[in-house]
Design a protein around this ligand. Structure first.
Ligand SMILES: [Zn+2]
Length: 421
């Protein structure tokens, strides 16, 4: 059996219609942006939209004890291939981030039926990926992966809107948070998992590629370097008598750029916060704090950059009779994706004759929490000017339709291979 070929024009049209519908007033709390998050009426309406669509295809649709949506065309216990993403949004979001992945998963299921392929499929729409409701990113998939504690769900994780615990909100919405550990079972039957998502950067657009096959999701280190010098009068203190902490901060920022460029495999480093104290035009900064955000698919390379910039800052501070200290906030390891599945996606993409590339994801996704248990990969489609988390977000349904073709091709070849073995 050769690779199934979908009618991309028709798929693109259906994807456009789904995305457009879900940008309507019924599905967003804001008229200026897409704003929907867990346990709101508009989020409920969005899940209902997908439920109806999957039921029309003869899928059984359920929600797990906290509200992750699961649609499948085989009974529980039978192996299925997983597709999906999330359909909540940033508070000031656009209509593509996440939702396009669920819509594309639905389109994979539609094409599976239309082409009579009868591939065993399971779609998932994860709850609360953006953290807009409860301030915690990838919450639904982290619950599935058991990466939260019951105490966090009962007490610590609270709604941004009213400060009440996640637990109470989940109960009020009709869920059973006391059974949260059973959410893990939604991955039990998956033989593989593919999430399609907008890229959220400009690599695809700027290189004229229509698809990115993602082979790893970057891990990261968040920390701070604080340089302590001496706050003196900016006019009265001669240049050779200063301990200006901002100068060392400046050197460290330049060094971070050099180190990240020199590091292996797509490591990136950013100083996004600079806090200068006392922060006055006529005072020499006695203390400067810079934040560090270092990411990449290679954990060793990421940690090496952090160590090196820390040591550089200490040396540079000492040369100027100052001190520098590093404090870590958070570290998350990289997620390598499945080689065989990545190769299957590359082969399916090559078969279309369209321009694609293999790349890493710098941003976090639900797939990070799936990949631990299920062979996983992701597919990126370009988004205009790399914009995301804004109403300006834009993407081309034709690229998503190409993505659907590639996903279906990869799933089909994986199924054929496992049937042979
Ligand atoms: Zn997303």
């Amino acid at each position: 059996m050769s690779t199934p070929t979908i009618d991309r024009e028709r798929s693109g049209e259906r994807i456009r219609r789904d995305v457009q519908t879900l940008a309507g007033p019924e599905y967003t709390l804001s008229s200026e942006a897409i704003r929907r998050y867990a346990y709101t009426d508009v989020y409920r309406a969005t899940l209902d939209y997908f439920t109806r669509a999957w039921q029309e295809l003869g899928f059984t649709v359920t929600e797990d004890p906290i509200g992750n949506l699961v649609a499948r065309n085989r009974p529980p216990g039978e192996p299925v291939f997983g597709v999906g993403s999330h359909c909540d949004s940033n508070r000031n979001g656009g209509k593509w981030d996440g939702t396009l992945g669920v819509v594309s998963a639905l389109e994979v299921c539609r094409c599976n039926a239309e082409l009579g392929l009868d591939l065993p499929l399971q779609a998932i729409s994860f709850l609360e990926e953006e953290g807009s409701g409860f301030g915690q990113m990838v919450l639904g998939s982290r619950i599935v992966a058991g990466r939260v504690s019951e105490q966090e769900l009962r007490e610590r994780i609270r709604a941004i809107d009213d400060g009440r615990p996640f637990w109470e909100h989940a109960e009020e919405a009709g869920y059973n948070p006391e059974r949260w550990q059973q959410c893990a079972h939604i991955l039990d039957d998956l033989t593989g998992w593919i999430e399609l998502h907008i890229e959220q950067a400009r690599v695809l657009q700027d290189t004229g590629r229509r698809l990115g096959v993602v082979n790893a999701i970057a891990g990261y280190v968040h920390g701070d370097i604080t340089i302590t010098g001496r706050a003196d009068h900016a006019g009265a203190t001669p240049m050779d008598m200063r301990r200006d902490s901002a100068v060392v901060a400046g050197e460290a920022i330049i060094e971070l750029e050099r180190l990240a460029r020199a590091a292996r495999s797509g490591t990136v480093g950013t100083v996004g916060e600079i806090e200068v104290s006392p922060g006055l035009i006529n005072a020499i900064p006695g203390r400067t704090r810079i934040s560090l955000d270092v990411r990449g698919p290679d954990d060793d390379a990421v940690h090496q950059v952090v160590r090196d910039v820390d040591q550089f800052a200490q040396r540079a501070a000492a040369e100027r009779q100052m001190t520098a200290t590093y404090g870590q906030r958070q570290t998350v390891p990289a997620t390598p994706l499945d080689d065989r599945l990545v190769a299957a996606l590359e082969a399916a993409a090559a078969e279309t004759g369209e321009q694609f590339t293999t790349m890493i994801s710098g941003a976090a996704h639900d797939t990070m929490c799936v990949a631990e248990r299920v062979p996983s990969a992701m597919l990126f489609v370009p988004c205009r000017d790399g914009l995301s988390h804004t109403p300006e977000e834009d993407a081309d349904p034709a690229d998503a339709a190409l993505g659907v073709q590639v996903m279906l091709g990869a799933i089909h070849s994986m199924a054929r291979r496992s049937a042979k073995s």
